[in-house]
Design a protein around this ligand. Structure first.
Ligand code: GUN
Length: 296
Protein backbone atom coordinates (compact mmCIF):
# COMPACT_ATOMS: atom_id res chain seq x y z
CA UNK A 1 0.00 0.00 0.00
CA UNK A 2 1.34 3.39 -1.07
CA UNK A 3 1.10 5.62 1.99
CA UNK A 4 0.93 9.41 1.79
CA UNK A 5 2.47 11.19 4.74
CA UNK A 6 0.32 14.23 5.48
CA UNK A 7 2.59 17.25 5.86
CA UNK A 8 0.96 19.58 8.39
CA UNK A 9 3.95 21.89 8.41
CA UNK A 10 3.69 22.49 4.65
CA UNK A 11 -0.09 23.03 4.74
CA UNK A 12 0.15 25.34 7.75
CA UNK A 13 2.80 27.38 5.91
CA UNK A 14 0.47 27.65 2.91
CA UNK A 15 -2.34 28.86 5.17
CA UNK A 16 -0.04 31.40 6.82
CA UNK A 17 1.00 32.73 3.39
CA UNK A 18 -2.67 33.16 2.47
CA UNK A 19 -3.36 34.90 5.80
CA UNK A 20 -0.44 37.27 5.28
CA UNK A 21 -2.22 38.68 2.22
CA UNK A 22 -5.42 39.19 4.23
CA UNK A 23 -3.42 40.87 7.02
CA UNK A 24 -1.81 43.25 4.50
CA UNK A 25 -5.26 44.11 3.19
CA UNK A 26 -6.46 44.84 6.72
CA UNK A 27 -3.40 46.93 7.50
CA UNK A 28 -3.99 48.85 4.27
CA UNK A 29 -7.45 49.68 5.59
CA UNK A 30 -6.00 50.82 8.93
CA UNK A 31 -6.71 47.69 10.96
CA UNK A 32 -3.92 45.69 12.58
CA UNK A 33 -5.27 42.34 13.78
CA UNK A 34 -4.47 41.79 17.46
CA UNK A 35 -4.29 38.66 19.59
CA UNK A 36 -3.93 38.61 23.37
CA UNK A 37 -2.79 35.44 25.10
CA UNK A 38 -3.17 35.15 28.85
CA UNK A 39 -0.63 32.85 30.49
CA UNK A 40 -1.11 31.97 34.15
CA UNK A 41 1.73 30.31 36.06
CA UNK A 42 4.81 28.55 34.75
CA UNK A 43 3.69 25.30 33.12
CA UNK A 44 6.57 24.63 30.66
CA UNK A 45 4.32 23.27 27.89
CA UNK A 46 1.98 26.28 28.21
CA UNK A 47 4.92 28.70 28.02
CA UNK A 48 6.15 26.95 24.85
CA UNK A 49 2.69 27.02 23.26
CA UNK A 50 2.04 30.68 24.06
CA UNK A 51 5.47 31.72 22.79
CA UNK A 52 4.90 29.76 19.55
CA UNK A 53 1.53 31.48 19.09
CA UNK A 54 3.06 34.95 19.62
CA UNK A 55 5.92 34.19 17.21
CA UNK A 56 3.50 32.92 14.56
CA UNK A 57 1.46 36.14 14.88
CA UNK A 58 4.54 38.28 14.45
CA UNK A 59 5.56 36.39 11.29
CA UNK A 60 2.34 37.24 9.46
CA UNK A 61 1.88 40.79 10.78
CA UNK A 62 -0.62 40.17 13.60
CA UNK A 63 -0.01 42.25 16.74
CA UNK A 64 0.29 39.97 19.75
CA UNK A 65 0.43 40.53 23.45
CA UNK A 66 1.26 37.92 26.08
CA UNK A 67 -0.19 38.77 29.48
CA UNK A 68 1.70 36.81 32.11
CA UNK A 69 0.17 36.37 35.53
CA UNK A 70 1.51 34.54 38.59
CA UNK A 71 0.00 31.16 39.44
CA UNK A 72 -1.48 32.66 42.65
CA UNK A 73 -3.76 35.03 40.72
CA UNK A 74 -7.32 35.07 42.07
CA UNK A 75 -10.45 34.37 40.04
CA UNK A 76 -11.47 38.01 40.55
CA UNK A 77 -8.15 39.33 39.22
CA UNK A 78 -8.26 37.01 36.20
CA UNK A 79 -11.84 38.10 35.53
CA UNK A 80 -10.66 41.71 35.44
CA UNK A 81 -7.90 40.80 32.93
CA UNK A 82 -10.39 39.18 30.54
CA UNK A 83 -12.95 41.98 30.95
CA UNK A 84 -10.29 44.55 30.10
CA UNK A 85 -9.34 42.61 26.93
CA UNK A 86 -13.02 42.37 25.92
CA UNK A 87 -13.16 46.20 26.01
CA UNK A 88 -9.98 46.88 24.03
CA UNK A 89 -10.86 47.59 20.39
CA UNK A 90 -7.40 46.77 19.05
CA UNK A 91 -7.67 43.21 20.43
CA UNK A 92 -9.55 40.93 18.02
CA UNK A 93 -8.75 37.62 19.68
CA UNK A 94 -8.40 36.54 23.31
CA UNK A 95 -7.13 33.21 24.53
CA UNK A 96 -6.50 32.01 28.04
CA UNK A 97 -4.00 29.20 27.88
CA UNK A 98 -5.13 26.04 29.60
CA UNK A 99 -4.64 24.27 31.92
CA UNK A 100 -5.16 26.89 34.60
CA UNK A 101 -4.00 26.26 38.21
CA UNK A 102 -6.57 24.12 40.03
CA UNK A 103 -7.92 26.91 42.29
CA UNK A 104 -9.24 28.71 39.19
CA UNK A 105 -12.53 27.94 37.46
CA UNK A 106 -11.59 27.53 33.80
CA UNK A 107 -15.16 27.24 32.57
CA UNK A 108 -16.12 30.50 34.29
CA UNK A 109 -13.20 32.20 32.52
CA UNK A 110 -14.26 30.81 29.13
CA UNK A 111 -17.78 32.17 29.68
CA UNK A 112 -16.34 35.65 30.27
CA UNK A 113 -14.62 35.90 26.91
CA UNK A 114 -16.63 37.95 24.45
CA UNK A 115 -17.80 35.34 21.87
CA UNK A 116 -16.80 37.68 19.01
CA UNK A 117 -13.19 37.53 20.29
CA UNK A 118 -13.18 33.84 21.23
CA UNK A 119 -10.64 32.77 18.61
CA UNK A 120 -10.07 29.43 20.41
CA UNK A 121 -13.74 28.63 19.71
CA UNK A 122 -14.23 27.37 23.28
CA UNK A 123 -17.17 29.58 24.34
CA UNK A 124 -20.47 27.66 24.43
CA UNK A 125 -21.93 30.25 22.04
CA UNK A 126 -19.39 29.27 19.37
CA UNK A 127 -19.58 25.57 20.26
CA UNK A 128 -23.36 25.79 19.78
CA UNK A 129 -23.03 27.52 16.41
CA UNK A 130 -20.58 24.80 15.33
CA UNK A 131 -23.08 22.13 16.40
CA UNK A 132 -25.90 23.62 14.32
CA UNK A 133 -23.58 24.16 11.34
CA UNK A 134 -23.61 27.97 11.38
CA UNK A 135 -20.56 30.22 10.88
CA UNK A 136 -18.61 30.60 14.09
CA UNK A 137 -15.12 30.57 15.50
CA UNK A 138 -14.36 26.89 15.25
CA UNK A 139 -12.14 25.12 17.75
CA UNK A 140 -8.68 25.27 16.19
CA UNK A 141 -7.48 21.65 16.28
CA UNK A 142 -10.62 20.07 14.75
CA UNK A 143 -10.84 22.95 12.28
CA UNK A 144 -7.21 22.20 11.35
CA UNK A 145 -8.06 18.53 10.77
CA UNK A 146 -10.97 19.48 8.47
CA UNK A 147 -8.62 21.80 6.58
CA UNK A 148 -5.87 19.17 6.30
CA UNK A 149 -8.32 16.69 4.78
CA UNK A 150 -9.72 19.31 2.40
CA UNK A 151 -6.27 20.23 1.13
CA UNK A 152 -5.34 16.56 0.63
CA UNK A 153 -8.64 15.93 -1.23
CA UNK A 154 -9.79 13.48 1.45
CA UNK A 155 -13.57 13.78 1.27
CA UNK A 156 -15.32 12.52 4.42
CA UNK A 157 -18.76 12.52 2.73
CA UNK A 158 -20.45 9.14 3.16
CA UNK A 159 -17.41 7.71 4.96
CA UNK A 160 -17.27 5.96 8.32
CA UNK A 161 -15.29 8.23 10.61
CA UNK A 162 -14.26 6.99 14.02
CA UNK A 163 -12.99 9.53 16.54
CA UNK A 164 -11.28 8.15 19.65
CA UNK A 165 -11.57 10.73 22.44
CA UNK A 166 -14.46 12.96 23.57
CA UNK A 167 -12.70 16.10 24.78
CA UNK A 168 -14.50 19.42 24.57
CA UNK A 169 -11.74 20.91 22.44
CA UNK A 170 -11.16 18.08 19.92
CA UNK A 171 -13.44 15.01 19.92
CA UNK A 172 -16.81 16.67 20.46
CA UNK A 173 -16.37 19.69 18.15
CA UNK A 174 -14.80 17.48 15.45
CA UNK A 175 -17.84 15.22 15.62
CA UNK A 176 -20.08 18.29 15.25
CA UNK A 177 -18.12 19.52 12.22
CA UNK A 178 -18.05 16.16 10.44
CA UNK A 179 -21.76 15.35 10.72
CA UNK A 180 -22.92 18.57 9.03
CA UNK A 181 -24.67 18.26 5.69
CA UNK A 182 -21.95 20.41 4.17
CA UNK A 183 -19.01 20.15 1.80
CA UNK A 184 -15.97 18.64 3.52
CA UNK A 185 -18.23 16.88 6.07
CA UNK A 186 -21.37 14.70 5.71
CA UNK A 187 -19.68 11.71 7.36
CA UNK A 188 -21.11 8.93 9.55
CA UNK A 189 -19.35 9.58 12.84
CA UNK A 190 -18.75 7.30 15.80
CA UNK A 191 -17.07 8.64 18.93
CA UNK A 192 -15.23 6.13 21.14
CA UNK A 193 -14.10 6.89 24.68
CA UNK A 194 -12.99 5.27 27.93
CA UNK A 195 -16.47 3.78 28.37
CA UNK A 196 -16.48 2.07 24.95
CA UNK A 197 -16.35 -1.73 25.21
CA UNK A 198 -15.18 -2.85 21.77
CA UNK A 199 -12.84 -0.03 20.72
CA UNK A 200 -10.59 -2.17 18.49
CA UNK A 201 -13.54 -3.51 16.53
CA UNK A 202 -15.10 -0.08 16.04
CA UNK A 203 -11.77 1.48 14.99
CA UNK A 204 -11.34 -1.29 12.45
CA UNK A 205 -14.54 -0.17 10.70
CA UNK A 206 -13.16 3.31 10.09
CA UNK A 207 -12.44 4.69 6.65
CA UNK A 208 -11.04 7.68 8.55
CA UNK A 209 -9.68 7.04 12.05
CA UNK A 210 -8.93 10.02 14.26
CA UNK A 211 -7.02 9.39 17.48
CA UNK A 212 -7.45 12.15 20.07
CA UNK A 213 -7.43 10.58 23.51
CA UNK A 214 -3.93 11.42 24.73
CA UNK A 215 -2.58 7.91 25.21
CA UNK A 216 0.84 7.22 23.68
CA UNK A 217 0.81 4.73 20.75
CA UNK A 218 -2.63 3.40 21.77
CA UNK A 219 -3.77 2.67 18.21
CA UNK A 220 -2.12 -0.54 16.98
CA UNK A 221 -2.12 -1.90 13.44
CA UNK A 222 -4.78 -4.53 14.15
CA UNK A 223 -7.20 -1.66 14.89
CA UNK A 224 -6.67 -0.12 11.45
CA UNK A 225 -8.50 -1.16 8.28
CA UNK A 226 -6.41 -1.62 5.14
CA UNK A 227 -6.31 1.64 3.21
CA UNK A 228 -7.70 3.77 6.06
CA UNK A 229 -6.84 7.43 6.58
CA UNK A 230 -5.30 7.84 10.05
CA UNK A 231 -5.15 11.24 11.74
CA UNK A 232 -3.15 11.42 14.97
CA UNK A 233 -3.96 14.32 17.28
CA UNK A 234 -1.89 13.07 20.22
CA UNK A 235 1.14 15.01 21.43
CA UNK A 236 2.53 12.97 24.34
CA UNK A 237 5.83 13.65 26.03
CA UNK A 238 7.50 10.33 26.84
CA UNK A 239 10.85 9.91 28.57
CA UNK A 240 13.81 9.59 26.21
CA UNK A 241 17.18 9.46 27.92
CA UNK A 242 18.90 9.61 24.52
CA UNK A 243 17.51 13.08 23.83
CA UNK A 244 19.03 16.29 25.20
CA UNK A 245 15.54 17.40 26.35
CA UNK A 246 15.05 14.11 28.21
CA UNK A 247 11.78 13.42 26.37
CA UNK A 248 10.39 12.82 22.91
CA UNK A 249 6.99 13.50 21.38
CA UNK A 250 4.84 10.58 20.35
CA UNK A 251 1.29 10.46 19.06
CA UNK A 252 -1.72 8.34 20.04
CA UNK A 253 -0.99 6.05 17.06
CA UNK A 254 1.77 3.46 16.88
CA UNK A 255 3.09 5.14 13.74
CA UNK A 256 5.66 2.59 12.57
CA UNK A 257 3.24 -0.30 13.01
CA UNK A 258 0.23 1.41 11.44
CA UNK A 259 1.70 3.40 8.55
CA UNK A 260 2.02 0.39 6.24
CA UNK A 261 -1.74 -0.23 6.33
CA UNK A 262 -2.85 3.34 5.71
CA UNK A 263 -3.54 5.36 2.57
CA UNK A 264 -2.80 8.62 4.42
CA UNK A 265 -1.30 9.17 7.87
CA UNK A 266 -0.21 12.20 9.91
CA UNK A 267 3.16 12.03 11.67
CA UNK A 268 3.86 13.37 15.17
CA UNK A 269 5.36 15.91 15.25
CA UNK A 270 4.59 17.71 11.97
CA UNK A 271 1.03 16.50 11.32
CA UNK A 272 -1.95 18.01 13.11
CA UNK A 273 0.17 20.05 15.58
CA UNK A 274 1.18 22.93 13.29
CA UNK A 275 -2.41 23.24 12.05
CA UNK A 276 -3.76 24.32 15.45
CA UNK A 277 -1.75 27.54 15.43
CA UNK A 278 -2.52 28.19 11.73
CA UNK A 279 -6.26 28.00 12.47
CA UNK A 280 -5.87 30.24 15.54
CA UNK A 281 -4.28 32.84 13.25
CA UNK A 282 -7.07 32.29 10.73
CA UNK A 283 -9.74 32.91 13.39
CA UNK A 284 -7.91 36.05 14.54
CA UNK A 285 -7.74 37.44 10.99
CA UNK A 286 -11.44 36.64 10.53
CA UNK A 287 -12.23 38.49 13.75
CA UNK A 288 -10.29 41.55 12.52
CA UNK A 289 -12.17 41.35 9.21
CA UNK A 290 -15.41 41.32 11.19
CA UNK A 291 -14.18 44.45 12.98
CA UNK A 292 -13.70 46.11 9.60
CA UNK A 293 -16.77 44.34 8.18
CA UNK A 294 -14.99 43.00 5.10
CA UNK A 295 -15.43 39.61 3.48
CA UNK A 296 -12.42 37.24 3.62
N1 GUN B 1 -4.07 24.26 25.94
C1 GUN B 1 -3.79 23.27 25.07
N2 GUN B 1 -4.26 23.59 23.84
C2 GUN B 1 -4.86 24.79 23.95
C3 GUN B 1 -5.52 25.65 23.02
O1 GUN B 1 -5.70 25.35 21.84
N3 GUN B 1 -5.98 26.83 23.54
C4 GUN B 1 -5.83 27.17 24.83
N4 GUN B 1 -6.34 28.34 25.23
N5 GUN B 1 -5.22 26.39 25.71
C5 GUN B 1 -4.74 25.22 25.26
Amino acid sequence: METVLIDGKKISDEIKDELKIRVERLRGAGVVPGLAAVLVGDNPASITYVNSKAKACEKIGIYSEVIKKPKEISQKELTAVVRDLNERHEIDGILVQSPLPSHLDEHAVTLLIEPGKDVDGFHPYNVGLTLIGKPSFRSCTPYGIIELMRRYNIDPSGKEVVIVGRSNIVGKPLMAMLIQKQKGANATVTVCHSGTKNIAEICHRADILIAAMGSPAFIKSDMVKDGAVVIDVGINRVEDTGSSKGYKLVGDVDFEECRKKTSFITPVPGGVGPMTIAMLLSNTVLSAENRLKIQP
